[in-house]
Design a protein around this ligand. Structure first.
Ligand code: HAM
Length: 419
């Protein structure tokens, strides 16, 4: 037992695996950039009220999972549990909605939820997200979904599916809510579930307990009660996805953990992950901006779980990214050799080659072991013999072959070998 451990439920990503974490995050972001989303760097903590109002008081995220504390000025602040509310706050505060619409933004980083830690469920989780604000066009919904789909596929991920539904709009949603409540209030529900049915009846459909599942099997679903406008929007989104070749499954009982969703709502699910199978999710949130004190503009976005995507890739036996730390490893045998190789290393780095070297005079055996572990393709070895001859020994670490190269030609020789 060491004196300190990372907080419970918070993962460390260490080399060489951390290279895969970076590759997943950057791979997902790359697809957003290709579709014109500009980077937004958000505060890690915000006014607590932003999340309470934006995400919804009745959600687990707000009522049970927020890291909320008073700062030294006695303001209540909260570590961000998700990104959408913060993006909306920034868009309103800086008047980005006065420019061309949609405002398209992407972000990546840590979020914080005090959940019960288990495999794939962390208290500090990492997401890549996008938000497109100000245009209520089904083609934009399809773009957002296609960007996520392309992101996962670009990493080589295969065993996932997209579940999609519509949660209706402000005309059909209240009517459906009443219909669902009428249905739920007739059931023999325990106290807490009944309270949930009053506060947010949709959430009862998400209850995983078998007896509740059974009781709600015939509950009315939003998809059967959409307004004409919401229905047309949903049909158009599906037509775009068909044209794009993005496969989906309609799941009329899909419920998300955040309250702001309207119309198109979706989740990416991977079956290799056990209980925590959601690798990403999102949807429209057409009332959110107004609710946060801004204009009445629509919005749509997603949040993709970087940690879970990494686990899903592992479950599929796939690795991404370059886990080799360097291309070249220098092994100096003696002080004079070290002085020479320090300069060679710096020059190669300036030419774009990744170079490390053995420090601390641990002998040739230890140095060669370090060279192997570094993932380098080539070792450069200099001892007294090489100094006298004015050469550097270039060793191919995969085959073990080695040749002597004139010290002056070393850069060209390395660059040629690395291709
Ligand atoms: P969310 O579904 O709460 O949506 O989170 C998005 C993704 O983050 C999940 O699908 C999952 O992969 C990952 N995730 C969430 N919680 C955890 C956890 N405790 N441990 C590991 N991974 C986790 C949102 O956050 C919305 N802001 C997405 C959005 C953007 N909707 C519209 N725009």
């Amino acid at each position: 037992m060491t004196d300190f451990q990372a907080p419970k439920g918070v993962p460390d990503y260490l080399p060489p695996d951390s290279a895969q974490f970076v590759a997943v995050r950057d791979g997902l972001l790359e697809q957003a950039r290709r579709a014109g989303y500009g980077h937004i760097e958000l505060p890690i903590f915000e006014d607590t009220g932003l999340f309470a109002r934006g995400v919804g008081e009745s959600t687990d995220v707000v009522s049970k999972e927020m890291y909320t504390f008073a700062d030294r000025g006695n303001r209540s602040v909260t570590l961000r549990p998700e990104g959408t509310a913060g993006v909306m706050r920034a868009v309103i505060e800086h008047g980005l909605d006065r420019g061309p619409l949609p405002v398209k933004l992407c972000y990546a980083g840590p979020f914080f939820r005090y959940e019960r830690p288990q495999a794939g469920r962390y208290r500090q989780l990492q997401q890549v997200g996008v938000e497109a604000i100000g245009v209520d066009d089904p083609a934009l919904d399809a773009e957002v979904i296609a960007v996520a789909d392309a992101g996962f596929r670009s990493l080589g991920l295969e065993g996932f599916r997209l579940e999609i539904t519509s949660l209706g709009d402000e005309t059909c949603r209240p009517l459906y809510r009443e219909l669902l409540q009428d249905f739920l209030f007739k059931l023999d529900l325990d106290e807490e579930t009944r309270r949930r049915a009053e506060l947010n009846p949709l959430r009862v459909l998400d209850d995983k307990r078998p007896h509740i599942r059974e009781m709600t099997a015939d509950a009315p679903v939003m998809l059967d009660h959409l307004s004409d406008v919401a229905k047309q929007h949903f049909d158009a989104v599906l037509a775009h996805l068909d044209a794009l070749g993005v496969p989906y499954e309609i799941n009329p009982r899909l419920v998300r953990g955040l309250d702001y969703y309207t119309k198109t709502t979706f989740e990416f699910v991977h079956d290799g992950l056990g209980a925590q199978s959601g690798i990403g999710g999102g949807g429209r949130y057409d009332g959110l901006m107004r609710q946060l004190g801004g204009k009445d503009l629509s919005g749509i976005g997603f949040g993709l779980g970087v940690d879970r995507t990494l686990l899903a890739l592992k479950a599929e036996g796939k690795t991404v990214g370059d886990t080799r730390r360097v291309d070249v490893f220098c092994v100096p045998l003696g002080e004079q050799a070290k002085a020479q190789l320090v300069v060679v290393a710096a020059r190669l780095r300036a030419a774009g080659v990744r170079v490390d070297m053995a420090y601390g005079d641990r002998g040739v055996k230890g140095a060669m072991r370090a060279a192997d572990r570094s993932g380098a393709a080539i070792a450069l070895v200099v001892g007294d013999g090489e100094i006298e001859a004015g050469t550097v020994k270039v060793k191919d670490l995969a085959t073990g072959e080695q040749v002597d190269v004139a010290a002056d030609d070393i850069q060209t020789a390395v660059l040629t070998r690395l291709g």
